[in-house]
Ligand binder design. Structure first.
Ligand SMILES: C[C@@](CO)(OP(=O)(O)O)[C@H](O)COP(=O)(O)OP(=O)(O)OC[C@H]1O[C@@H](n2ccc(N)nc2=O)[C@H](O)[C@@H]1O
Ligand SMILES: Nc1ncnc2c1ncn2[C@@H]1O[C@H](COP(=O)(O)OP(=O)(O)O)[C@@H](O)[C@H]1O
Length: 284
């Protein structure tokens, strides 16, 4: 039997860092939502007790370093499953982009193997397993829109943001999340985006206030390393996006656009100098 799971990309509408913790992670406050750019996982049980990963994408690891492999290994060990699995990853989400592609694959593998092996694991337990694989994995398990705290693993579901178009543009740079957090200095934490303003904008369904409340404290770190990310933001603003922000540790920049008539102009304008541009919707 083959089963399939979608693994959507996330964007951070807001990302605040409160402090560095003793364990090396940072205490964050993030408002995250899913968009309809997704990898697709195909999973099939194997007669031999082994984990095999394949992908059409030539640029991701297919061994123990792959997050879907780690998810399969973890669930097998924890639930004593002595069966094998073949997982094919149809990658559509750009890698190391700030869109949680690897984390979402891990989450989809956990959800899918729970179904394939009829393990009956609750969503809460899946999130606990996911947190062992990465801070963003629990959110990728639950999806929708959430306020994430702790190192990103504590989730509080919130309502859907006002619907709009989302233009994603990824410059040809690979950013390391650990490097960006590692370079964050106290001076960059003197001003904070307002989580309460963003929550209120979403609750009231105010698209304008949501755009005005976008904020990401990691942006200044990535922009100082890669000025082209800042240039991309400016281009998106100039082309008419209503709100523009870098997602996660970057380098993907997203633009929120309310009017469909503006989307083609922004897409075409960006495609002139950026190869990876996507027009998507939020998953509500
Ligand atoms: C920045 C964010 C925003 O959503 O996403 P991406 O840009 O990676 O998509 C996340 O916080 C990334 O989550 P994730 O990619 O799962 O990170 P992890 O694998 O847990 O951690 C990678 C490294 O980032 C740093 N890290 C991560 C999360 C956190 N709250 N504090 C940290 O300092 C640590 O150095 C850690 O070793
Ligand atoms: N299934 C996977 N898909 C993408 N990247 C993966 C996967 N498994 C492991 N990785 C590794 O994880 C790192 C971060 O990738 P990704 O999750 O796409 O980025 P981000 O955390 O910026 O959203 C990359 O260095 C990549 O090689």
């Amino acid at each position: 039997m083959k089963i399939y799971e979608k693994a959507p990309a996330k964007i951070n509408l807001l990302l605040d860092v409160l402090r560095k913790r003793e364990d090396g992670y940072h205490e964050v406050e993030m408002i995250m939502t899913m968009v309809d750019l997704a990898d697709r996982l195909e999973m099939e049980e194997l007669p031999r007790d082994t984990i095999i990963i394949s992908s059409q994408a030539g640029y991701i690891p297919l061994d123990e370093k792959n997050l879907a492999f780690q998810a399969a290994k973890l669930i097998k060990e924890r639930y004593d499953v002595r069966k094998g699995v073949y997982i094919h990853l149809d990658k559509k989400i750009p890698v190391a982009a700030g869109l949680a592609g690897g984390s979402s694959d891990a989450a989809a593998a956990l959800r899918g193997l729970n179904r394939l092996w009829k393990l009956g694991i609750s969503e809460e337990e899946l999130c606990e397993l996911g947190a062992e694989l990465g801070s963003d994995v629990p959110f990728c398990i639950t999806g929708k829109t959430a306020l994430a705290t702790g190192r990103g693993e504590k989730l509080q579901r919130i309502g859907n943001p006002p619907q709009c178009w989302v233009v994603l543009a990824k410059p040809p740079i690979n950013v390391s999340t650990a490097d960006v957090y590692g370079r964050l200095r106290a001076s960059q934490l003197e001003s904070h985006p307002s989580t309460s303003d963003m929550l209120s904008a979403i609750e009231r369904g105010s698209f304008g206030d949501m755009c005005a409340s976008l904020g990401n404290v990691l942006e200044s770190v990535t922009l100082s390393l890669y000025p082209e990310v800042g240039q991309l933001k400016e281009s998106m603003q100039r082309l008419g996006a209503d709100g523009v922000l870098m997602s996660g540790s970057g380098p993907t920049v997203f633009g929120l656009v309310s009017k469909e008539s503006k989307v083609a102009r922004i897409y075409n304008g960006l495609r002139g100098f950026c190869k990876e541009v996507y027009v998507v919707r939020m998953l509500t």
